[in-house]
Write a protein that binds this ligand. Structure first.
Ligand code: ADP
Ligand code: MG
Length: 351
């Protein structure tokens, strides 16, 4: 097991696409690190470059105490799970799990023992003689995990390993994978485009855009204090309210409403400055009575979220959304107020 340290890591593909733009990242030994970002932002490239399947254009990769930048993939001591699992269709589960050991010239009996041990741990004991084609998607995914575990690598690299599972199985696999990583304590880089998955699983996470890391932090830090409007818009199961505003003396004018300056921005703003006011729908309350420093408007949509409702207010020509607990949701067309939590509202200048 080992830490991973990337310094100035850059990948430019032939043709000129800069998929990684001088990334600096340290992932401590044993950490579950999630790499989140939209399609095309460079996640797969980053994993493949760490694994040695792509050559870095510039920068270095250190795993443990070894600089592996120029080292062949097989000698880097990392194990990767691909999005499509990359199982061998003509081999049974035992041979699929044991394959990396065969490459390492481990003897047949020892390979079978290890495959059985790992297979049992992952609930595959009764399936060891089957081929991938005779397994469900969830079972195939476990075989891919078992194969990685059998290798005892210094680090695990997962490229969207849950994205081919249906929603229910995906949630189960999340918990299972997280628990397994805890038990094994192997440094893990987990790539996903699903913000909920990253928030749920990661010890720490990075949010990427166009080959750049836009924020690194714990899930709580990234959720509560997105560093810029890109991250703010990307994280959260309901979109964050991001509203243009202007500083007016001691207050803010946003969507025609007068709001207090949030705690996080006190003393940082100058009169007349243009800002973007950010607050999550979960960090506002709904009031039927007029409230000072709130968004007042007309209810135009009420969406059922299960145990709560997402209420959309039309406020001075823009929309403001607020999460309202079950039972207190307003009627369509009602006049109401969305009251931001001063300790959770954020001010951006990059909008
Ligand atoms: P992600 O996994 O986040 O969807 P990728 O790492 O696959 O992103 O791709 C990052 C960028 O690099 C994209 O613009 C993609 O089109 C480009 N890219 C990926 N692989 C290659 C390749 N082999 N040759 C040229 N461009 C590539
Ligand atoms: Mg990808």
């Amino acid at each position: 097991m080992a830490a991973i340290e990337l310094t100035g890591l850059t990948k430019v593909y032939p043709g000129g696409v800069k998929a990684l733009d001088s990334l600096d990242l340290v992932i401590p030994d044993g950490e579950f690190f999630a790499l989140l970002g939209p399609s095309g932002c460079g996640k797969t490239t980053l994993l493949r470059t760490i694994a040695g399947l792509e050559t870095a254009t510039d920068g270095s990769i250190v795993i443990g105490d070894r600089d592996v930048t120029g080292v062949q993939p097989g000698a880097r001591d990392v194990a990767m799970v691909f999005q499509d699992y990359a199982l061998f269709p003509h081999m049974d589960v035992t041979d699929n799990i044991a394959y990396p050991l065969r490459i390492k010239k481990v003897g047949k009996a020892a390979r079978a023992d290890k495959a059985r041990e790992v297979g049992e741990r992952l609930g595959l004991a009764h399936l060891m003689d089957r081929r991938p084609g005779q397994l469900s998607g969830g079972q195939q995914q476990r075989v891919a995990l078992a194969r990685v575990m059998a290798t005892q690598a210094q680090a695990f690299l997962f490229d969207e390993p849950l994205s081919n599972l249906d929603a229910r199985l995906r949630l189960e696999a999340r918990t299972f994978l997280k628990k397994l990583q805890r038990e094994l304590g192997v440094t893990t880089v987990f790539v996903t485009h699903d913000q909920a998955e990253a928030l749920a699983m990661a010890d720490r996470m990075a949010v990427m855009e166009n080959g750049l890391i836009r924020q690194i932090g714990t899930p709580a830090e990234v959720f509560q204090r997105p560093a810029n409007t890109f991250v703010a818009g990307f994280i959260g199961s309901t979109p964050m309210n991001l509203l243009d505003g202007v500083v007016r003396g001691e207050r803010l004018e946003v969507a025609g409403c007068k709001l207090p300056v949030p705690a996080s921005a006190e003393g940082r703003l100058s009169d007349g400055e243009k800002i973007v006011y950010g607050v999550r729908p979960e960090y506002m309350t709904y009031s039927v009575e007029p409230v000072e420093g709130a968004f007042g408007g007309k209810v135009s949509i009420v969406e059922n979220l299960g145990a709560a409702h997402l209420v959309t207010l039309e406020v001075g020509g823009v929309i403001v959304q607020v999460v309202v607990p079950e039972g207190s949701e307003p009627a369509l067309g009602a006049e109401g107020f969305a009251v931001p939590r001063g300790d959770r509202a954020l001010i951006y200048r990059d909008g």
